[in-house]
Design a protein around this ligand. Structure first.
Ligand SMILES: [Zn+2]
Length: 322
């Protein structure tokens, strides 16, 4: 029965098909279209499916176009971010290199100003900058995220900058102390001229005896200005026997300077004087063969060679005298 139906639609019973009456407008014979129920149902279903798929297809297509746009936006954003990270990496590396140089310079300064003791461990034979650089290269190495590594590197740099700042501050304080000390250290000529009689053993020009000359003699015309060779306090200003009119300045740090055979004294004991200040005038008082300044420097109680204190600079004082 079922087979028969499939084989031939015209054998269908009335129940199995729909009949459509077609009536032409001009009164011509009407005719009938029969469509099997099964075919109609299938057709309707097909139509519905087609419509549904059509709509779905269109909307999917639209959606996938949207996704594509979003994807390409994201992609270009990600690429931009990658570039930014790369630039950050370059900048962090540039900062690291600058800091490395600064640390090496700071170390050089520390060696001079801070008179840093040589470090004894093998570990620190490297320069401070190179050591920093070496440690820097290991920072955040295990981090899977570039940004995390960069963050750790920046933290490391920040700590180093804080340390360097504190080192430089202490160097500044030390430098200020050295400047103060240098200001008080005899470091200029007391009078314009050249040395006639040197420091050391000599035959005294007047007595002919072999005597130790504790200073240097600088000839000049009578009345030429005599300057304090460093900041200090006038410890003595008066008659000094064989020294004639004599001034002694106490410079602290164990230094004293003596100016002898003066014709005039222009300062009183207890007075503070500064380096270069005129304190008296050249003369030939006391035991002398002509107008000159006899200039002595005492370190604690011992007379020292004044020559190295005549044109002294801070660096030389720092590295050779103190
Ligand atoms: Zn002398």
């Amino acid at each position: 029965m079922a087979n028969a139906k499939q084989d031939d639609d015209f054998t269908l019973t009335k129940k199995d098909y729909f009949a459509f009456m077609v009536v032409p407008p001009s009164g011509r014979t009407t005719y009938q279209i029969r469509v099997s129920k099964r075919k109609l149902v299938t057709g309707v279903f097909l139509l519905i499916f087609a419509t549904l798929f059509g709509v779905a297809g269109v909307s999917y297509g639209a959606k996938s176009t949207l996704d594509k746009d979003a994807y390409s936006t994201l992609k270009s954003k990600a690429a931009e971010q990658d570039k930014q990270i790369e630039r950050f990496e370059e900048r962090v590396d540039a900062i690291h290199n600058t800091l490395k140089d600064l640390l090496n310079r700071e170390e050089d300064m520390s060696k001079i100003i801070g008179r840093q003791k040589r470090r004894t461990t093998n570990y620190s034979r490297k320069s401070k900058g190179n050591l920093f650089s070496q440690n820097f290269s290991t920072i955040g190495k295990g981090e899977p995220e570039v940004t995390d590594r960069l963050g750790q590197q920046l933290d490391f740099i920040q700590v180093q900058i804080i340390q360097t700042d504190s080192t430089l501050r202490s160097l500044d304080r030390q430098l200020a102390q050295y400047k103060d000390r240098f200001q008080k250290t005899p470091s200029i000529w007391p009078v314009y001229g050249t040395i006639r009689s040197r420091f050391g053993w000599r035959i005294h020009p007047k007595s002919g005896n072999r005597l130790f000359h504790k200073g240097i003699d600088i000839p000049a015309w009578i009345g030429a200005p005599v300057k304090a060779t460093g900041d200090g306090v006038i410890e003595f200003a008066g008659w000094g026997g064989g020294y004639g009119w004599l001034i002694i300045i106490n410079h602290e740090y164990g230094y004293r300077s003596l100016y002898a055979h003066l014709s005039e004294i222009m300062v009183n004991p207890g007075r503070t004087v500064t380096k270069g200040q005129i304190i008296g005038k050249v003369g030939e008082t006391g035991i002398t063969t002509g107008p000159h300044v006899h200039y002595e420097i005492r370190r604690w109680t011992r007379a020292v060679h004044p020559n190295e204190y005549l044109n002294l600079d801070l660096f030389t004082a720092l590295t050779k005298l103190w």
